[in-house]
Design a protein around this ligand. Structure first.
Ligand code: 2P0
Length: 330
């Protein structure tokens, strides 16, 4: 095979990843736990072609020219070439059906789809954990999008990162939840996750305490998922989110991903919960708010979110499958 197309969904972390123990290999400083979300997706085709004199990467029909982004993809393809012993350059076409670089986990679905499409096009037959290791080299959170449903990213201990991959905890049929994504701004975020994380690690006095609390949160989240205990999952998810942001806020200079609408949504979710609606929020490295509820409360929850001043749109997502190959051409 020289060409393959893969589809991957982003994932939302319920226990956040925010810190690395190795920047070159993208090894996390702590474990994380996520839900893969259908409703947002990345489709990527990769074709190795001996006629090419360099990698060509298209995002949503536009050729990537920004050196940093292009280099991130080329370095990733270099790794696939190294693993497969092939030298051809690749034509990569990728489409997101949701905003890119806006705090909606586009790098997770992007590198999960790219890992699968590129390895298949290069005839590498990788296990799910090997694919997860490969995806991690592109973006830490991408390792989790290889799996459907709930996934846990293992922190791993080996310096080479071979034990730092995600595992599936429960597939997308385990729990019929909805995750509503309240969009609060247009455009790309001011500071990317990778830079935000590095700045937190190097200057936040709250970074070490943040990392120290993650193992307890992972255990609590695992138990809540196994028992389908919505309230317990909400407690750990909000706690993990707020502690991650607290560590970033305490960096020097402080990193603030939220806008006024983000804060209004936090209050709105807490008020709705106090009034009896089962609902909790989480927020990634951006201003949007992801709100979880049981499937039968989706409409009520969406109405509340749309009523919050400044909310531009609400996307509805649900547990989705892991990265998979598609037969069709893009
Ligand atoms: C997460 N985030 O666990 C956390 C919460 C954002 C906030 O994983 O540097 O884009 O590529 O490994 O994966 C975003 O980090 O960072 C992220 P890199 P990535 O979902």
């Amino acid at each position: 095979m020289t060409k393959a197309t893969a589809l991957a969904h982003p994932n939302i972390a319920l226990v956040k990843y925010w810190g690395k123990r190795d920047q070159r290999l993208n090894l996390p400083a702590s474990a994380s736990l996520s839900l893969t979300l259908a409703g947002m997706e990345t489709r990527t085709s990769v074709e190795f072609d001996e006629a090419l004199e360099g990698d060509l990467v298209e995002l949503n029909g536009v050729l990537l020219t920004h050196a940093h982004n292009l280099q991130r993809v080329t370095a990733f393809l270099d790794r696939v070439r190294e693993m497969s012993g092939r030298r051809r350059f690749a034509r990569v076409q990728t489409h997101n059906n949701f905003p890119t670089s806006a705090g909606l986990a586009s790098s997770a679905s992007a590198f999960a789809a790219l890992a699968l499409a590129a390895s298949a096009a290069a005839d590498l037959e990788l296990s799910a954990s090997e694919l997860s290791v490969l995806a991690r080299l592109g973006s830490g959170s991408a390792a989790r999008s290889i799996f459907g449903g709930f996934a846990e990213m293992k922190v791993g201990h080996r310096p080479d990162g071979q034990d730092s991959f995600a595992v599936g905890l429960a597939d997308e049929a385990h729990w019929d939840l909805r995750c509503l994504v309240a969009i609060t701004a247009h455009g790309e975020k001011a500071i990317g996750s990778t830079d935000g994380m590095l700045q937190t690690m190097s200057s936040s006095p709250y970074y070490d305490p943040w990392i120290a609390h993650v193992p307890g949160d992972i255990e609590a989240a695992r138990q809540a998922i196994a028992a389908r205990d919505f309230e317990a999952l909400g407690v750990v998810a909000e706690r993990s989110c707020l502690r991650m942001h607290a560590s970033a806020l305490a960096a020097d200079p402080g990193i603030l991903y939220w806008n006024p609408t983000t804060v209004r949504l936090i209050h709105g979710v807490r008020l709705a919960r106090a009034q009896g609606l089962p609902v909790f929020f989480t927020i990634d490295a951006g201003p949007h708010v992801k709100v979880f509820c049981p499937a039968n409360e989706r409409a009520a929850c969406e109405t509340i979110l749309r009523d919050v001043e400044g909310v531009l749109d609400v996307l509805s997502t649900r547990p989705g499958p892991g990265a998979h190959l598609l037969d069709e051409r893009l």
